[in-house]
Design a protein around this ligand. Structure first.
Ligand SMILES: CCCCCCCCCCC/C=C/C(=O)SCCNC(=O)CCNC(=O)[C@H](O)C(C)(C)COP(=O)(O)OP(=O)(O)OC[C@H]1O[C@@H](n2cnc3c(N)ncnc32)[C@H](O)[C@@H]1OP(=O)(O)O
Length: 394
């Protein structure tokens, strides 16, 4: 966020037009950041402090520490990706790779900052209620609960309209993996607050300021491909409870859900051309099939925003409910569905979806590779800088 503000600040102060922003502030940005970087001594102290932590910081934080340590000591991840079944090594590899080309010095500073925040929260743990430190580790960007046969994954960055930062992409993958194996029968994704999700967090692009943009784009394409792959492969009925407007990737992935229930307050739009980007989430294949090629063009190429009722008429949304009764009606219905025999539901999903899986994985791979190029284009860079410098609302 600090980086985003810096970049936005630079854009406003030094450039009359956002079109000129991309190339030159990077060096100055680097220099000002260098001044506040941690020394090797600070880094070593932080490594010792980690061993003294009284409270287990939880798996997410441990993964983050691991990735930052590796990045600070070895640089970007270039080891082969572990197999899909080696979950722990894969989670470690994913977290490290997601750091892209983050410079070693920045990783060292981030590691020191993270340890320092853990140490201060661990010092104050004497004031919290007894036993609180035995709470199971949770997610930072999600609230995941399981009851009445339903696992609910709630996107939980309401002040950012549930924009998906890198952490959220990783956490959604982990939550889907866990939900696929727990004893729930249906999995639901929904949002906290007034938005379902505003799509990709555009501050994800601020890492571009640290150089090695090609590598960052490549790692982001891998992240996106894995993320969408989890939706393609999800084995149980997956339902979206769209509690408010949805943008970008939160719309395209709806084509991979088994049912989509929406409040009448929601809107659906994919401003890819406005952002110099191209469709993802397999929407280049699912949308023309769901809603006809020309309606898909209006959404995916021209960025037309649909109301919930329009999205329902075009088949993207299963049913629309008045906002005042939305939560009550949808959850009553889902609880009833969750009483159905789980094996029958899972096998029926397999019969419906399995024919398409291979095709969808191929489409996903192609979309990600096209996007990887798009992210490096001037059109995309300029659109993101526009948003970060508050010149455009999409
Ligand atoms: C090489 C790098 C690659 C990057 C990583 C790739 C990973 C995979 C990428 C997958 C491809 C996905 C594509 C998409 O999803 S495209 C869609 C992207 N989303 C947008 O373009 C929406 C942008 N947001 C807006 O237009 C408006 O914020 C919105 C209309 C959603 C709401 O407007 P409103 O006026 O009601 O509210 P605010 O703008 O004041 O928002 C409140 C705060 O939330 C922040 N916000 C909202 N959305 C985003 C977002 N998408 N990214 C970052 N931040 C967001 C907003 O800035 C406000 O923050 P502050 O309070 O701090 O100002």
């Amino acid at each position: 966020v600090a980086m985003a503000h810096l970049v936005a600040g630079l854009a406003r102060c030094w450039c009359p037009s956002p079109l000129q922003v991309i190339n030159f502030p990077v060096v100055q940005l680097h220099m000002s950041l260098m001044a506040m970087r941690a020394s090797q001594k600070d880094f070593e102290n932080a490594m010792n402090q980690v061993k003294l932590l009284k409270k287990d910081p939880g798996n997410e934080v441990k993964l983050k520490l691991y990735a930052l340590y590796k990045q600070a000591t070895e640089g970007p991840c270039n080891t082969p990706k572990p197999g899909v079944f080696d979950l722990i090594s894969k989670a470690k590899w994913d977290t490290w790779s997601a750091l892209g080309s983050l410079p070693k010095e920045t990783a060292r500073q981030n590691y020191v900052d993270l340890v320092s925040s853990l140490s201060s929260s661990s010092k104050s743990s004497g004031q919290v209620e007894p036993g609180a430190d035995r709470k199971p580790p949770g997610y930072e960007t999600l609230v995941v609960t399981s009851e009445d046969g339903i696992t609910k994954i709630m996107l939980n960055r309401p002040t950012k309209k549930n924009a998906m930062n890198r952490q959220m992409y990783h956490e959604i993958m982990l939550a889907l993996e866990a939900a696929s194996k727990d004893d729930s029968r249906i999995t639901v994704i929904t949002g906290n607050g007034d938005y379902y999700s505003s799509g990709n967090d555009l501050t994800n692009f601020t890492d571009m300021a640290s150089g090695k943009v090609e590598e960052l784009a490549k790692n982001s394409a891998i992240l996106l491909r894995n993320f969408v792959g989890c939706f393609i492969d999800f084995p149980k009925p997956l339902v979206a409870v769209v509690n408010g407007p949805a943008v970008g990737i939160s719309v395209t992935t709806l084509g991979l859900f088994d049912a989509v229930y929406s409040t009448d307050r929601a809107t659906f739009h994919t401003p890819f051309s406005h952002l110099g980007q191209s469709p993802e989430g397999c929407s280049s294949y699912t949308f023309p099939r769901i809603m006809s090629p020309s309606k898909a063009t209006e959404m995916l190429i021209f960025g037309k925003k649909l109301t919930a009722r329009e999205a329902c008429a075009q088949g993207l949304v299963t049913e629309v409910f008045p906002d005042s009764t939305f939560q009550k009606e949808v959850w009553t219905r889902l609880k009833a569905y969750a009483k159905l025999p789980p094996n029958a539901m899972r096998i029926s999903k397999e019969v419906i979806r399995n024919k398409e899986k291979e095709k969808l994985h191929a489409i996903n791979a192609e979309e990600c590779s096209v996007l990887q190029e798009r992210w490096l284009s001037d059109e995309c860079m300029n659109a993101v800088m526009n948003f970060l410098s508050r010149k455009a609302k999409l």
